[in-house]
Design a protein around this ligand. Sequence first.
Ligand code: MLT
Length: 405
Amino acid sequence: MIRINENYLKLKSSYLFSEISRRVNAFQEEHPDREIIRMGIGDVTLPLPSEIIKAFHAGVEEMADSKTFRGYGPEQGYDFLRETVAQNDYRSRGADISTDEVFISDGAKCDTGNFQELFSNDTRIAIPDPVYPVYVDTNVMAGRTGINNNGRYENLVYMNCTNANGFIPELPSEEVDLIYLCFPNNPTGAVITKEQLKSWVEFAHKNRALILYDAAYESFIRDNSLPKTIYEIDGAREVAVEFRSFSKTAGFTGTRCAFTVVPKDCMAYDATGNKHSIHSMWNRRHTTKFNGVSYPVQKAAEAVYSPEGKKQVKEIIDYYMENAKIIKEKMTALGYESTGGDNSPYIWINTKTDSWKFFDMLLTKLGIVCTPGEGFGRCGEGYIRISAFNDRENVVKAMEKISGL
Ligand code: MLT
């Protein structure tokens, strides 16, 4: 008899963004003539810029010629992309990251979800609340939690992120081994200063813990005093793994390319206290379970860093950030408090009411899709997240509709 992994029974029946899709599709089916503006999932709307498309096409052409055709590539990614990433995203900012510490993948969702499997089942995990649900659900699937009681899983250490602490988690008062941090934050749009990040790196050193640092939204940082990578902090190489993505930065949500940085100085321990290299373990996992990102996609990703590619990508980011400004200003004028939107494409809005009810109201009355804060955790109750990834026309129209409420 085939038996199930019963940890799956502890999960909510569907993933947050699948549940939102289900509700939106049901509404659209009942009201086929109603226009729907989607500001829920953070999915880009602008096409890939021409410089990236040119490189993508060139990569495809190489695959059509027997002299340049390629079969399996290195699982960790081609050196041309790993080196470009290490140089442009890290060494140019004074962060000492080598080419072979960069692992190319098909998404930060997969990497943040998969990374936990390197660690023991009794790992004590610190999770911000609200949180990108992937960090929690993948640990539930792996059996590291008890059941869900009132929106919180047993055996997880939740770090409340509220208006009172500026949506920045405080250092846990108990010992933890694995810490998930995401800045600029999804969903709150909050950003962390170098000083605050330094205290996390010190905490991790003291506890021999590891920080999983999700920096998928770093390209939206406008304030130059803020850290773009955790490796700008001294000592982070020993205690932090960083996740990045081309999805939001360069419009790759449908093209799929991301990377994870695993410094060789990061160590984890076995039951007798012996050190093991996390880099070697991730390399072992990656080469066993992943066959690399397609060559044309990696060529397209490399073009993000060419002088013209950088310029075009910046224009796209500026466009979305102008959307964010429009949303934030309008919601503020309507009397809603919010965070995010300044260094992040997400605006986290206090609705002072049940977040799913507000979601349903926006959908049924105005045809606008947002993300209900409660879907990100208990501390998200009362909030909604609006995504700035949309066409300008839709953003302006949505804000006019909300103003008319
Ligand atoms: C989000 O809307 O939170 C993200 O688009 C989800 C993701 O990147 O997987």
